[in-house]
Design a protein around this ligand. Structure first.
Ligand code: 9MJ
Length: 675
């Protein structure tokens, strides 16, 4: 007996405690224990209930999911009809609403009315029936009189209490509210859908509807839905006194989530101010709202005002500008980004959406175009939510004209005419023009001038921007045609710095072939690949003539790199650039091809540390690489040898602790000489 008592006491205590923590977490947004502790209490309750199945109650926190899939949702009749709202799309209509109320109540306009102001959530309206404080039914709005019984799914929503807190609730109580997906939850669901190759939802409202209308409640349970309540239907037993705001405050005490932005204001001017304030806050809220609902706060006045058809005379929704509109897809242009990514952009018949006129929207990439099945001439839904760039979210297939035109990726870059490449497994298509492409020019020049490429000291990013913007550099080779007076006349330049820059540019003409090849910025061709290509082919000419098969014979060059290299050298623009650069005087010493047998360090990994005195780090690195060695930046078990100069520190210590061979610069030079 005592055992049973203490078991029941523990079960009751666990349930109450979990319910309280749920309330603090979901309703007050102020949890008092860490998640791990909540999980422990939950697991304890689950274990006890598993041991004593006869003690499981339907309102136990463990009983949110568990029901099996339905074949259809049964119909339910609401105890009280679920109302809809009239809309006001501008200030004048809102003022008319206030005027009508004054007239009906026979009140002078000078007597302001108290209004409850609530953000209008754009989710799915639900009615929750509580009997003696226990959730017995959840239903959709349906036609307002009859809805669908979605009790199983509603129970999986954590902010829906399975039992009301406290006391004093009416014996039977219908709660009205909205189940919705916060913005972050919507993004997460769509991200997951995309990663699985599934179709993403168009907007959070559709995602919430799709989640709530699952016949299998286990799927609903995986969606981060939330509840927010804004009213009541049937109230049987205890009456609810006070106004709208007071009612919602009571509901909150009973454990139901209400909107913290809710406010009571006096008079229509204050309503307009509230609307403005929330309009400014809209993008920063964690959930989507599509307007503000204003309700006469006093329940007595509400009763006197009554209804017309299904909408109360005492409430109105003042809508924000729509975030989705229909328009025509008039064309598609392809833009080339700094990295060469070729992006389709929809040209739309201008349409007012999300508070601005939109005439362009991104289509992301060709995979997205295929997913949308968009064609020129289609009617599309454009969405502009918050500050994000407008998107085409859906095509209205029923409105497709017979002459709608398929969207094709152009074969050639719209900026430079070079071939457009698509790599297997990559969504973006890219221009292969590289250095010769105007869209990629600034980036290409910055890379060309960088220290590990042509090493043009003093040619920083800002200066490159200024030189391109002022028209002094249109193509790479223009670098070598810069003239002193114009350079010196630029902002923050002067005689001396111009002279230094021109000298550095002059000095860069004397380079090495691997550096030059790397400087061209061919995709996937880093320094090591450039060295490998040069070692294998010996001359730029040979590299440029090699086909993909020949390129793949180079160590570490796979099909993707081979394709990028081959395509680069097939572009007439690129060949012209190479000619111009060499014509401007860029040159390098001839390279002796090392037959593979003469790569005595192939497969070995070297690490350089400390100061070298006779060689620069780069020279040492290039000469080691020329012998087939890999030069790594850090010491690991895979390192074969560490070259340590004066000042070597932790890398040397690590090499010693791992028992890795250590040599000094003299030994390195000997090694390089012998090889
Ligand atoms: C929404 N959707 O946020 C009402 N609503 O009141 C609020 N909807 C409503 N109130 C009566 N805050 C009918 C609908």
């Amino acid at each position: 007996m005592t055992d049973t008592l203490s078991l029941d006491a523990e079960l009751a205590q666990l349930r109450e405690s979990l319910q309280e923590h749920n309330y603090r977490y979901y309703v007050l947004d102020d949890p008092s224990i860490p998640d791990a502790e909540y999980d422990r209490l939950f697991q304890r309750l689950k274990a006890l209930e598993a041991e004593h199945p006869d003690r499981v109650t339907p309102d136990s926190p463990t009983q949110r999911v568990g029901a099996s899939p339905l074949s259809a949702f049964p119909e339910v009749r609401h105890e009280q009809p679920m109302l809809s709202l009239d809309n006001a799309f501008d200030e004048a209509s809102l003022r008319d609403f206030d005027r009508r109320i004054h007239q009906r109540l026979e009140m002078g306009l000078e007597t302001p009315i108290d209004y409850a102001c609530e953000p209008k959530l754009d989710g799915i309206a639900v009615s929750l029936l509580y009997e003696n404080g226990v959730l017995v039914r959840g239903a959709t709005r349906g036609d307002g009189t009859t809805g669908e019984d979605i009790t199983q799914n509603v129970r999986t929503v954590h902010s829906v209490p399975l039992r009301l807190r406290g006391d004093g609730w009416p014996a039977r109580l219908e709660i009205r509210g909205e189940i919705y997906l916060p913005k972050a939850g919507f993004e997460a669901i769509n991200e997951r859908a995309r990663s699985r190759g599934e179709k993403p939802f168009v907007n959070p409202r559709n995602a919430a509807a799709g989640s709530l209308r699952q016949l299998d409640p286990r799927i609903t349970a995986e969606r981060p839905l939330e509840l927010c309540v804004y009213g009541v239907g049937l109230v049987e037993g205890e009456a609810l006194a006070g106004g709208q705001v007071e009612t919602l405050t009571r509901l909150r005490e009973w454990g139901l989530r209400t909107n913290p932005e809710m406010a009571r204001v006096c008079g229509i001017e204050a309503c307009l101010e509230y609307y403005q304030r929330l309009a400014e806050k809209r993008n920063g809220l964690p959930y989507e709202i599509d307007g503000i609902v204003f309700k006469v706060d006093d329940l007595g006045l509400q009763r006197r005002l009554g209804f017309v058809s299904r909408a109360p005379r005492w409430a109105i929704a003042h809508k924000f500008p729509a975030q989705e509109e229909l328009t025509l897809l008039q064309g598609v242009e392809f833009q080339v980004g700094r990295t060469g990514a070729v992006t389709p952009v929809a040209r739309l018949k201008p349409v007012f959406v999300g508070g601005v006129t939109v005439s362009n929207a991104t289509l992301h990439n060709m995979d997205e175009v295929a997913r949308l099945d968009a064609r020129i001439g289609d009617t599309v839904i454009v969405r502009r939510a918050g500050d994000v760039i407008p998107q085409v979210v859906r095509v209205v297939l029923e409105r497709r004209p017979a002459d709608a035109v398929k969207i094709e990726l152009p074969a050639h870059c719209p900026v430079c005419g070079a071939e457009v490449e698509r790599t297997e497994g990559e969504a973006a298509a890219r221009c292969s023009g590289g250095v010769s492409c105007g869209a990629q020019r600034k980036r290409a020049i910055k890379h060309f001038a960088s220290r590990r490429a042509m090493d043009i000291d003093g040619l920083g990013d800002k200066l490159v921007d200024a030189l391109v913007d002022s028209g002094q550099i249109e193509q790479l080779a223009d670098l070598y045609r810069l003239e002193h007076p114009r350079v010196a006349g630029m902002e923050r330049m002067g005689d001396k710095s111009a002279e230094n820059l021109l000298q550095a540019i002059e000095a860069s003409k004397t380079t090495t072939l691997p550096r030059f090849l790397y400087a061209l910025g061919i995709r996937e061709v880093g320094e090591a690949t450039a060295v490998a290509l040069v070692n294998h082919f010996g001359t730029l000419e040979a590299i440029s003539r090699a086909d993909e098969q020949a390129l793949q014979a180079v160590p570490d060059v796979g099909p993707v790199v081979a394709q990028h290299v081959a395509v680069f050298f097939q572009q007439p623009h690129n060949l012209e650039t190479l000619e111009q650069l060499q014509g401007a005087g860029v040159h390098w010493p001839a390279v002796e091809i090392m037959p593979k047998v003469e790569q005595p360090l192939a497969g070995k990994t070297y690490v350089l540390t400390g100061t070298l005195e006779q060689l620069t780090r780069d020279e040492a690195k290039q000469r080691l690489q020329a012998l087939g060695a890999k030069v790594a930046g850090s010491v690991s078990k895979k390192t074969d040898c560490v070259v340590a100069g004066p000042g070597a520190g932790s890398k040397l210590a690590k090499a010693e602790s791992l028992g890795i061979a250590v040599i000094d610069e003299v030994a390195l030079l000997e090694l390089l000489e012998q090889a």
